[in-house]
Design a protein around this ligand. Structure first.
Ligand code: SF4
Length: 381
C-alpha cells in the first residue's frame, strides 16, 4: 500500500532482473522472523480492525499515493457516507468526488465507483473472493486484488507494492530501477515464491501485511533501520553496505511550469464556479474560471473554455502556487466581472456551499484564502 500500482507493473524494455529463490531453510527462516516481528510491531490501523472486504478495498484505494495519517481521517467518513459497495454504486458521482475531495487523484474515486457498480450488479454487492474475478473489476490491478482477497479472505494471493518491492530488492540484492518492469517482475516472482510456501504455518493476510509493514516502518526508502530489522542476517543489500542505493531511483523527469489567471466573480455574496467536463482531466470537478498565461497571450482552459472566455479581469487579489504530478503551477487570482451572458456549465455558490462541492485542489486553495473574509461558515476541510 502507499504507492501506485503502475510502479510495480511496468512494461518490458530494460534488461531483466534475476530473482534466485532462496533454499527451503532460508525461506522458512525469513517467513518466521518477519511474521514474529510483525506480531509485536504492527501498527494499530483502523482498517486492520475489520474483515469487511469493501472497507479494506476502500482503504487500499485511498492509501495509494496518500499518507496513512490522511487516510485515517477520510476512510471512516467515506464509509459512513457509502457503507457498502451497493451504496457507493448507487451514489451520484458528484457526491463520491466530494467525499474524495482532498485526497487527490480523482481517477481513483471514479474507478472505485465503476468497480462498485460491477460488484453490485454481478457479485451481489460483495467484493469477490476469487482473485481472477477481483482482477476483472475496472481499475483493480494485481496489487489491489491481491491485497483485498488476501487480507479480507485469507486467500494465498501474492502482492507487490512500492514497500514490498523495496524489501525484496534489498533482501535479495536485486539490481533494477524502482517501479520498472524488470524489477517488478522479479519482485512478483519473489512474492509468488513465498506465498506458495506458507504451508499453513502463516496466514496469507499476515504474511502480506508483514511484508508491507516492514517496508513502511523499517526498510524505509532513505533511512533503513537495518540494526532493528528481523531480516538483517539474510539481507544482501545490508551485507554489501548499499541498502539506500537499492532499488535504483528513476531518472528524474523535469517539471513543467504553468502560469494561470484565476477569476473570482462575485454577485450577492456568491461566487461563479464552472464545472469541468466529464472525461477530461479532473472531469466533473468545480473551479473558478481559469485561463492559462503563455508567451503568446491568454488562453482559456481548453477543457472548460466557455466561461473563461467571457470574463473581464479587474484587480489582483492573491498569488498562489500549487503542484500536480509533473506540473508546478503559479496562479494570479484576480477579481473579475462577466462580460457576456453565457455562463456555460457554471453556477453561483455561497462560499459555505462551495466548501461542499468537489473542488479542484487549486480552487479549494483559492476558496480557503478568500472565504473567511466573505463567509465565516466556510469550512475548506
Ligand atoms: Fe531493509 Fe536493512 Fe532489513 Fe535489508 S536489513 S531488509 S536493507 S531494513
Amino acid at each position: 500500500m502507499g504507492e501506485q500500482e503502475e510502479q510495480v507493473e511496468g512494461s518490458a524494455g530494460a534488461s531483466e532482473v534475476a530473482f534466485d529463490p532462496p533454499a527451503d531453510l532460508a525461506t522458512r527462516s525469513i517467513r518466521r522472523e518477519l511474521t514474529l516481528w510483525y506480531a509485536s510491531n504492527k501498527r494499530d490501523l483502523p482498517w486492520r480492525r475489520t474483515s469487511d472486504p469493501y472497507a479494506i478495498w476502500v482503504s487500499e484505494a485511498m492509501l495509494q499515493q496518500t499518507r496513512v495519517e490522511t487516510v485515517k481521517e477520510y476512510w471512516p467518513r467515506f464509509l459512513e457516507r457509502f457503507p457498502t459497495a451497493s451504496a457507493l454504486a448507487a451514489a451520484e458521482e458528484e457526491a463520491v468526488l466530494e467525499a474524495w475531495s482532498g485526497l487527490g487523484y480523482y481517477r481513483r474515486a471514479r474507478s472505485l465507483q465503476a468497480a462498485a457498480r460491477v460488484i453490485a450488479e454481478e457479485h451481489g454487492g460483495v467484493f469477490p473472493k476469487d482473485l481472477g474475478a477481483a482482477l476483472d473489476l475496472p481499475g483493480v490491478g494485481p496489487y489491489t486484488a491481491g491485497a483485498v482477497v488476501s487480507i479480507a479472505y485469507d486467500v494465498p494471493a501474492p502482492l507487490v507494492d512500492g514497500n514490498v518491492e523495496r524489501v525484496f530488492a534489498r533482501l535479495f540484492g536485486m539490481e533494477g530501477i524502482r517501479g520498472s518492469g524488470p524489477l517488478g517482475r522479479a519482485c512478483w516472482a519473489a512474492a509468488d515464491h513465498f506465498i506458495e510456501r506458507l504451508e499453513g504455518a502463516v496466514s496469507p493476510s499476515v504474511w502480506n501485511q508483514a511484508l508491507m509493514e516492514l517496508g513502511a516502518l523499517v526498510c524505509t526508502p532513505r533511512a533503513p533501520r537495518c540494526e532493528e530489522c528481523p531480516l538483517a542476517s539474510a539481507c544482501v543489500a545490508r551485507a554489501r553496505g548499499n541498502a539506500v542505493g537499492i532499488p535504483r531511483p528513476k531518472p528524474r523527469r523535469a517539471s513543467t511550469e504553468v502560469e494561470l489567471e484565476i477569476y473570482v466573480i462575485e454577485r450577492g455574496g456568491r461566487w461563479l464556479l464552472e464545472q469541468r467536463p466529464d472525461g477530461g482531466l479532473m472531469g466533473g470537478m468545480w473551479q473558478f474560471p481559469t485561463v492559462e498565461v503563455t508567451s503568446s497571450g491568454l488562453f482559456p482552459d481548453e477543457l472548460a473554455p466557455e466561461l473563461s472566455a467571457a470574463v473581464e479581469p479587474e484587480h489582483d487579489l492573491i498569488a498562489l502556487s500549487h503542484g500536480i504530478t509533473h506540473h508546478r503551477i503559479r496562479a494570479r487570482v484576480r477579481s473579475a466581472r462577466l462580460a457576456t451572458k453565457g455562463e456555460g456549465a457554471a453556477a453561483w455558490f455561497a462560499p459555505a456551499e462551495a466548501a461542499d462541492l468537489a473542488l479542484t485542489g487549486m480552487a479549494r486553495k483559492v476558496a480557503e484564502r478568500l472565504a473567511p473574509a466573505r463567509d465565516p461558515l466556510f469550512d475548506g476541510t
